[in-house]
Design a protein around this ligand. Structure first.
Ligand SMILES: [Zn+2]
Length: 65
């Protein structure tokens, strides 16, 4: 399945970006945002999303690499 940002159309979202979408929007989601658009959508910052990705990685979550 092709992963692209439904907001700005950015192609080839990486695994961590897809992972944080699934974590924050639900694992059933089949639409994804790039980090910029996700931050905007969730009214947060890219920095904050990157911090969260690191936290999930530390927990050993398989959605991240
Ligand atoms: Zn985007």
């Amino acid at each position: 399945m092709k992963k692209y940002c439904i907001s700005c159309g950015l192609q080839n979202l990486d695994k961590n970006t897809v992972g944080i979408n699934k974590k924050l929007l639900g694992t059933q989601t089949d639409t994804f945002y790039c980090l910029d658009c996700l931050a905007q959508y969730l009214d947060t910052t890219v920095e904050d999303l990157l911090d969260k990705i690191e936290e999930f990685k530390d927990e050993g979550c398989k959605l991240f690499e």
